[in-house]
Design a binder for this molecule. Structure first.
Ligand SMILES: *[C@@H]1O[C@H](CO)[C@@H](O)[C@H](O)[C@H]1NC(C)=O
Ligand SMILES: *[C@@H]1O[C@H](CO)[C@@H](O)[C@H](O)[C@H]1NC(C)=O
Ligand SMILES: *[C@@H]1O[C@H](CO)[C@@H](O)[C@H](O)[C@H]1NC(C)=O
Length: 278
């Protein structure tokens, strides 16, 4: 049970706002570029701002290093040359001199537990010709990682119908950098987003911006005018199924194959005419 004196002290602290406890500096650490470095950011509770002087150090076991003052405001510290898979945690300690006295913040972490990459980059969606419930999605590693990095990622792909905000996201976990959605609703706009996670370490990245796509639509008898927006979603990979369509496309400067054939015919007829003359 809490004694009487500590209770009084705590109350006095709250009212006087003059405590030198460890509760007035909030520290958050994240390894966004694992295994290269860890960055810790700190903020002072509002009533303790501005700090006239800040000192920060980090420790692992008996080794202590000073954080370099990165910029005049000095609100973060980056630790590099990390000791990975250490059993003992890193400790970061931040001291600040404030108008209300000195305050200290302290935070402990194991590097592997605070790994959190950026979202995947280059998220792209494509229609799958011939399938009105399918969408093909591909993406790249988080932009902060280069080809030289050996880090392995796991990805989380989520999708749901647009304008269905209360609807929950369906999720596909994935190790590759591509996936096929096969249960989209025909004709409906689908939103797709991705997160990345370093395999077996830390937590998922934030979600990427979501990308919208309408699955491939079959071009049918419909009476809708071609200027209607539904047609803008029709795949360019549409196969020409009838002669009629092939001719329409050729006349509007369509597929190179048709043009080629026309040219061949032209040459043939020239050869034929030449032969006749001779
Ligand atoms: C952390 O490491 C990454 C990858 O090597 C690098 O791009 C970034 O600049 C480093 N961060 C700091 C603050 O040094
Ligand atoms: C922070 O303050 C504590 C208590 O005043 C002191 O023992 C410690 O050396 C200080 N650390 C830094 C990095 O200034
Ligand atoms: C997705 O579908 C495309 C086209 O149908 C196919 O070529 C590809 O192999 C599929 N990819 C995956 C990851 O299933």
């Amino acid at each position: 049970m809490m004694g009487f004196q500590p209770l009084i002290a705590a109350l006095l602290c709250i009212f006087a706002r003059l405590c030198q406890g460890e509760d007035h500096v909030q520290i958050a650490c994240r390894s966004r570029f694992y295994p290269h470095n860890v960055t810790c950011h700190w903020t002072l509770d509002e009533e303790y701002r501005p700090a006239s002087e800040v000192h920060a150090v980090y420790r692992l076991g008996k080794v202590e290093k000073k954080c370099q003052k990165s910029n005049p405001s000095f609100r973060s510290c980056t630790l590099s040359d990390l000791i990975l898979f250490s059993n003992s945690p890193y400790t970061i300690i931040v001291n600040a001199s404030t108008p209300l006295g000195k305050v200290t913040g302290r935070m402990q972490f194991i590097v592997e537990a605070i790994v959190q990459p950026d979202p995947p980059s280059h998220v792209e969606v494509e229609q799958v010709p011939g399938c009105d419930t399918c969408v093909h999605v591909h993406w790249k590693k988080p932009a902060s990682y280069t080809a030289g990095d050996r880090v392995q990622f796991q990805y989380f792909l989520q999708y749901r119908q647009q304008h269905h905000h209360e609807g929950s996201w369906s999720e596909i976990p994935q190790r590759k950098q591509r996936a096929n959605i096969t249960d989209a609703r025909p004709g409906a706009v689908l939103n797709v987003r991705l997160a990345a996670k370093v395999i077996r370490k830390g937590k998922k990245s934030p979600w990427s911006k979501s990308v919208a796509i309408t699955p491939w639509l079959e071009r049918i008898r419909t009476t809708v005018s071609p200027s209607e927006t539904t047609f803008s979603c029709i795949s360019r990979h549409l196969k020409l199924t009838t002669q009629e369509q092939a001719m329409t496309d050729a006349s509007t400067g369509g597929s190179p194959l048709t043009v080629h054939r026309v040219t061949n015919l032209h040459i043939l007829s020239m050869v034929f005419t030449t032969a006749l003359i001779l």
